[in-house]
Design a protein around this ligand. Structure first.
Ligand SMILES: [Zn+2]
Length: 346
């Protein structure tokens, strides 16, 4: 009698498991820029998309916006992780980072200005791998603060801004982003500087933003991940690039590197509702339909193997993308658990 009821119970459990709909996947967005006043309207919007934790890379510095960012994050405990940016070229940067850590910053954001704009007092451009910055990157490792680093820009930004440039729409709205003819390193040189930086600090974890800053070349990113065990990458604002590469090869890369890739969007938000930037700012604020497209296209890319559909951000190029339909256990890692593990989040 007892055996029968246990068997019955087991059968019922199996049946229940088979019938229950798959639990919706929840997500961590590791790349956002949110003003303190935006959290009240942005977090509910993200919740609807299944995103319940964000990394806000716009923490800034003490006395320069950080305090309101940390106070706003505290109003939403467990939902907002703040990264900060010390004064990189100051000899005191490691000490500043210690203070930022004590205040509540959980990681470091390095903007693309390093390598492209920041200059030493003698006027020379600061390279991403300049040895004078070594102590700061070592300190980040010591404090267990991941370094989210943006280096360079899409390759097309180095080409003349003509209708033939594949980023013509974006560069027409933001002419200042064009790099053609400017006295800056090449895309290739910046990527080399970045990799030397990552390789020099094996005890520091780096998040290569925008798919390792080389979304046009997934094979190169694959090799960078192979060579550097302390590197992870995230997908923000590069689904247009990723989605036009060979979908089968990219799917294979995501499966092989499933512990090293995280989901991010580069969503930015200002205090007023509707004040949003979806990966790249357009000439005007996005409409509700743009917001719907942005997320729907993102999920379609990761979760389906559909072909030839519109990518998330119209301004980033006039082409369509293919989905990579990741297996559920890989999606769970990319959407959430890789970031949760790195950031000590649930
Ligand atoms: Zn960003």
């Amino acid at each position: 009698m007892r055996a029968v009821s246990i068997a019955g119970l087991l059968l019922a459990l199996v049946a229940c498991k088979r019938d229950a709909p798959a639990k919706p996947l929840t997500k961590v967005d590791v790349h956002t820029h949110l003003s303190p006043g935006s959290l009240g309207h942005v977090l509910p919007m993200l919740q609807q998309q299944g995103i319940d934790i964000v990394v806000n890379l716009s923490g800034g510095r003490e006395g320069q916006g950080l305090e309101p960012q940390l106070a706003a994050a505290k109003q939403h405990p467990g939902h907002v992780i703040v990264f900060c940016t010390p004064d990189l070229l100051s000899p005191q940067a490691p000490q500043e980072l210690e203070r930022l850590h004590a205040l509540g910053c959980r990681g470091v954001k390095i903007f693309k200005a390093l390598g492209l704009q920041l200059r030493w007092p003698d006027g020379s451009l600061a390279a991403v791998d300049d040895p004078r910055l070594d102590a700061l990157f070592e300190k980040a490792g010591e404090l267990k603060m991941p370094v989210a680093i943006h280096t360079g820009d899409p390759r097309a930004f180095w080409l003349p801004v003509t209708p033939q440039n594949e980023r013509f729409d974006e560069l027409s709205v933001h002419p200042g982003w064009a790099l053609a003819g400017k006295p800056v390193p090449t895309w290739e040189q910046l990527l080399e500087q970045l990799e030397r930086r990552v390789a020099r600090h094996p005890r520091t974890t780096f998040i290569g933003l925008h798919f390792g800053n080389a979304a046009e070349e997934p094979k190169r990113v694959d090799a960078m991940l192979e060579r550097n065990a302390n590197l992870l990458v995230e997908t923000s604002a590069r689904i247009p690039e990723l989605g036009r590469t060979d979908a089968a090869a990219l799917r294979d890369l995501f499966i092989r590197r499933q512990d090293r890739i995280m989901f991010g969007t580069d969503l930015a938000a200002g205090d007023r509702p509707g004040e949003l930037v979806l990966g790249s700012p357009g000439a005007s604020l996005p409409s509700p339909a743009d917001v719907t497209r942005f997320y729907a296209s993102t999920w379609r890319f990761f979760e389906t193997r559909d072909r030839g559909f519109e990518h998330p951000t119209a301004i980033q190029g006039r082409w369509t993308i293919d989905g990579i339909g990741l297996p559920r256990e890989v999606l769970e890692k990319v959407y959430r658990s890789n970031a949760a593990r790195l950031l000590g989040a649930p």
